[in-house]
Structure formats: C-alpha cells, structure tokens
Design a protein around this ligand. Structure first.
Ligand code: UFG
Length: 336
C-alpha cells in the first residue's frame, strides 16, 4: 500500500484527487492550512470513499512544521496543490503569493531531497502560455512573460522543479490545467469560492441561484466568432484522474524525462456566451447577464492540444461540458 501526500487536499481539485487516489487503493495523507478550504470536506471525502484520509493542518511556509511532518511520515509521492490562486489578489499582494507559492514548494522539495522521496506532481496552469500564438496550445508553445504574480509563481515553480530534478535526481510532472469546473457526482464535494466568485462558473451558478443579481460578461469585442473570450472548461473529476495517471507514470518509472509537463484540458474551446447558453440548456435556468468592459489581464482564447497528454498519460476526458455544468448546478443547489 503506497502512501501519497496531497497538499491542499481539502481544496477544489485536491479533494477530487484524494477521492480518486483512495478509490484505487492509495493511502492518502492530506496537508492543508484551511486558508481557502473547509474542514468538513474531510468528512465528505470519507462519505464518498468510506475511508478517512489522515489530515494535518500545516502551513507549508512553516519550514519547521514541514520537517516535523516528514520525520513522522514515509510517503511514496507528493501531489502539490496547496497555493494561493486568485489572479487579481496576486497583483495587489505579490509578496504573499511569492512567499506562499514559492516558499511552500521549496520546503517540500528540500524534504524530498534530504529524505530521498521521489515522485512529485505539480499544479501548474495554462497561464504559463499567456496568449498563445497558435491554437490549440501544444506543450511546445513558448512560455510567455507572466500576466500576474500568480502566473509568475507557476512559471517559477516549474523552473525550480526542473532545476531540482536535474541536480537531485527527482522525478516530477507539472500538469498545466486549463479551466477546471463542476463537482463530484455525489455532490458531497465541489468548488467553495470564498466571497464573491472570480471565476465564471461559480458566478454563473450563484447568479442562477439568486445569490448574485447579474452575471457580467467581460467583453464582447474579442477576435472570436461571438466576440467573447474562449476557454477550455474541463470537468474536475477528469482533471483529478489526470493526476492519478501522472502519478502512476512516475511510480511505474514510465516517464521519459525526469521533469515532464502536460496540458490538461478537453481540447475544445467555449466562449463565455456559449457557456451561458450551454448552462441554460443543461439546467433549464435562465441567466441574467450583461456585457461589460473587458477584464484586465484576460487572454482572448486558450484551449489545449491534449494529444501528448492523451498518449503519454494514457488518459482522456470522459465527461462532457453538459455534465460538468449540470454537476456545478447540482452542487450549487445542494449548498442551500
Ligand atoms: N468571465 C466573465 N465573467 C465573470 C468571470 C469570468 O465574463 O464573472 C470570463 C473571463 O473574462 C474569461 C472566462 O470567463 O474570459 C473565464 O474566466 P475565469 O476567471 O473563470 O477563468 P480564467 O481563464 O481567467 O482563469 C483561469 C484560472 C486561473 C489561471 C487563468 C489563466 O482560473 O487559475 O486561467 O488565465 F491563472
């Protein structure tokens, strides 16, 4: 029985990944500082899987606490989600983002080096590509200067991991996520945005639920067929499963380089207006929305070429956009 450490395991993508790990028999230990998650998620995970993961409330910036954890635990791999993730907030508080997202990563990698722990999966982002010159975006697309300190932490994070792999023989995979949405079929876990949602789908579901009065569509003058920006929305359960495939690749020593990176999306782009229409159709809810100015920092279009991930990770998405939107709505309704 192999033990996997999942940092940020009570968060949106982390919790879904913990469920998938437990479902195929891994022992899971979670580190989370509860800064953007709820302790109830731990019980909800156990309700789905019948097994309660071990849990440690640790802030990974605290190097001493991280060292203490590793003195007591032998782990066979680490999936590292724990990080701040709000683009706008990172522009206002860049140092918090660098301290948390970079500091925590360095502390984990130091322990891996010192204790000879291998197999590291890193939450990266399609934001590393900025506005790619060619669509769909392949892994060969150049890394563009980051649009925000948050995006920069993902770029720097990948660089740090690459250097560590080279110097210390660590094996790692960075997964560059496109836009994760939806919730687990059980509706026991899902996305829990703090305060006013910044991302499209939670804003959509909260508007449909009457919590928000109106959805703002940020710009309809983009160079796209309907003028609104295009993204690649992937069901969070499909995304969680990509982590399992990446982990198995490392555990089975099937990786071709000791640092690899893959695009994790569906391969299909949807505009904001297409999402609104698809949501209305999937849920029979009517959405109140208006077109407003563009949001600063948004790219026009980003969707993945997943050919390499499909082949190398032996993984592909199984869920449709309709299923993802339905599950997001079911989750929202379940919050009452
Ligand atoms: N949007 C709206 N109204 C809203 C919220 C979003 O029109 O209320 C639009 C955005 O302008 C964008 C699309 O919906 O065109 C998706 O926006 P999200 O905020 O949901 O997602 P982003 O693509 O901006 O953000 C994602 C991840 C980030 C990552 C970023 C890189 O959530 O972690 O991609 O650009 F950094």
């Amino acid at each position: 029985m192999k033990t996997i450490l999942v940092t940020g395991g009570l968060g949106f993508i982390g919790s879904h990944t913990v469920v998938e790990l437990q479902n195929i028999g891994f022992d899971v230990v979670i580190i989370d500082d509860l800064s953007n998650s709820n302790i109830n998620v731990l019980n909800n995970i156990s309700k789905i899987t019948g097994k309660k993961p071990n849990f440690h409330k640790i802030d990974l910036r605290n190097k001493q606490k991280v060292q203490e954890f590793f003195k007591n635990y032998t782990v066979h791999g680490i999936i590292h989600f724990a990080a701040f993730k709000a683009v706008g907030e990172s522009v206002i508080n860049p140092l918090d983002y660098y301290e948390n997202n970079i500091g925590s990563l360095v502390h984990l990698l130091q322990e891996m080096r010192d204790r000879k722990i291998d197999n590291f999966i890193f939450s990266s982002s399609c934001t590393v590509y900025g506005q790619a010159d060619e669509l769909p975006i392949t892994e060969k697309a150049p890394i563009k200067p980051a649009e925000s300190p948050y995006g920069n932490t993902k770029q720097i994070g990948e660089e740090i991991i690459k250097d560590t792999c080279k110097a210390n023989g660590l094996n790692a995979i960075a997964l560059r996520y496109f836009n994760p949405i939806g919730a687990h079929d059980s509706v026991k876990i899902g996305e829990l945005p703090l305060g006013v949602p910044q991302n499209l789908i939670p804003y959509v579901t909260q508007t449909a639920a009457g919590i928000r009065e109106q959805l703002s569509v940020f710009g309809n003058d983009y160079d796209t067929p309907d003028g609104t920006a295009i993204r690649d929305y992937i069901h969070v359960v499909d995304l969680a499963k990509a982590h399992i495939s990446a982990l198995q690749r490392l555990l089975n020593k099937e990786n071709k380089n000791n640092f690899e990176y893959f695009n994790i999306g569906t391969g299909t782009g949807s505009s904001v207006l297409e999402i609104i229409k698809a949501f209305e159709k999937a849920t029979t809810q009517k959405l109140n929305y208006k077109i407003v100015e563009r949001r600063e920092g948004d790219v026009t279009s980003a969707y993945a070429d997943t050919t390499i991930a499909n082949k190398e990770l032996n993984w592909k998405t199984e869920k449709t956009l309709e299923e993802a939107l339905k599950s997001a709505w079911k989750w929202q309704e379940n919050q009452k």
